[in-house]
Design a protein around this ligand. Structure first.
Ligand code: PLP
Length: 392
């Protein structure tokens, strides 16, 4: 909230559909939606019912359950690159584990990430990260030893020359290239034509694994994520947010040959007391099963397009499916430098203008608006009118 000139956050008491209520009884139309997981809105009745029923059967076992196999099957069915998948509890854990696996599989240490892409807060990935790190203006975080990020090479997003140069220089030692296939953590930045294809080609040429961090985009921009939408298949995929239906569940998966290196079958250690937790798998299944219906994605696209069309006269709107950002700039935002050049003061006043009218967008220029099936035309049009009112 400090990034938008406010001292105090509001404290949430409850949420329903597209709305939040705070402890003082004020309601807000919510475009943050827990930063992405809630594709059916707050307190979705089917999710609540599934979680309640699961809780009555026991909250954690530390032993296999049928529901975790069913979640794994939903993911493998949906996501093109995933033959096998491991469930964990957060996107941070999933990205960290995927890189450990990539390093073991390739017997190499170096990784490439892109400026403004956020992959959770594992030490090695806290170099030039987006999201809260970008908002707070911390290039990396204190407490991260330089030795830990020494093997992390950072390239500008959408810059094929720069990644080609990095591969030419470090290719022999590169374990993985990790990327948000649609960036969401510097605001929404779609991949430029050919960018993802170039990453695929360069990884194949040097023997590095291509890792798509689809924690936001998975089950959002299409059921099979950005890899389905753009037709580029990574070696490993990191998932979170929507897969857990609003509970702590995330996953990483990929080719069987790579995943088989994981313990206990293989020698790469990975474990978690609450991984595949029965409440989380119940919520995940309650959501994922309804996402088999293409009509969901047609409807998210229709609503996203309506929002984009209404906001476009008032800001530079960048959108892919059900994620969008209003950038306070005139030109296209193609990378983190472009995003950082936006007028964050103007974004802050827009934020305060909207909040006064009971509309809550992300308190940062470097985040997304998350369209859900709970955002009807009324909510979309009310938001457009309020933004027009600010602009006018
Ligand atoms: C949110 C996010 C993460 C981290 O997930 P957590 O569950 O917050 O640890 C990783 N990658 C991307 C792209 C994200 O948006």
């Amino acid at each position: 909230m400090r990034a938008v000139g406010l001292d105090e956050p509001f404290f949430v008491r409850s949420g329903r559909g597209a709305y939040l209520e705070d402890v003082d009884g004020r309601t807000y139309l919510d475009w943050v939606m827990s930063w992405g997981p809630l594709v059916f809105g707050h307190a979705d009745p089917e999710t609540v019912e599934a979680v309640t029923a699961a809780a009555q059967r026991g909250t954690s076992f530390g032993a296999p359950t049928e529901a975790e196999v069913e979640v794994a099957a939903e993911i493998a069915d949906a996501v093109p690159s995933v033959e096998k998948v491991r469930l964990v509890s957060s996107g941070t854990e999933a990205a960290m584990s995927a890189l450990r696996l990539a390093r073991a599989f390739t017997s190499r240490d170096r990784i490439v990430k892109f400026a403004g892409c956020y992959h959770g807060h594992a030490d090695a990935l806290l170099a030039s990260a987006g999201s809260g790190v970008a908002t707070l203006g911390i290039p990396a975080s204190p407490g991260v030893p330089t030795a830990t990020t020494a093997n992390t090479i950072v390239c500008p997003y959408n810059d094929v020359d720069s990644i080609a140069a990095a591969v030419a220089q470090y290719g022999e030692g590169l374990a993985a290239v990790i990327v948000e296939p649609v960036a969401g953590n510097m605001g929404v930045v779609p991949p430029a034509d050919g960018f993802l294809e170039t990453l695929r080609r360069l990884c194949d040429a040097c023997g590095a694994l291509l890792v798509f961090d689809e924690v936001i985009t998975g089950f959002r921009v299409a059921r099979g994520g950005a890899q389905e939408l753009y037709g580029v298949t990574p070696d490993l995929t990191v998932l979170g947010k929507i897969v857990g239906g609003g509970l702590p569940l995330a996953a990483f998966g990929g080719r069987a040959e790579i995943m088989d290196r994981l313990a206990p079958r293989g020698d790469v250690y990975q474990a978690g007391t609450l991984s595949g937790n029965p409440l989380a798998t119940a919520a995940g299944l309650a959501v994922l099963r309804r996402l088999r219906d293409d009509a969901v994605y047609d409807e998210l696209e229709r609503r996203g397009a309506r929002l984009e069309a209404g906001l476009a006269p008032h800001a530079r709107v960048q959108r892919v499916g059900a994620m969008a950002t209003m950038f306070m700039t005139d030109g296209p935002v193609r990378d983190f430098d472009d995003a950082q050049a936006c007028d964050t003061e103007r974004y802050a006043s827009l934020f305060r203008h909207l909040l006064e009218r009971g509309i809550y967008v992300a308190p940062s220029q470097f985040e997304a608006m998350f369209i859900s099936l709970a955002h009807g035309d009324e909510e979309i049009d009310r938001t457009i009118e309020a933004v027009a009112d600010f602009d006018g």
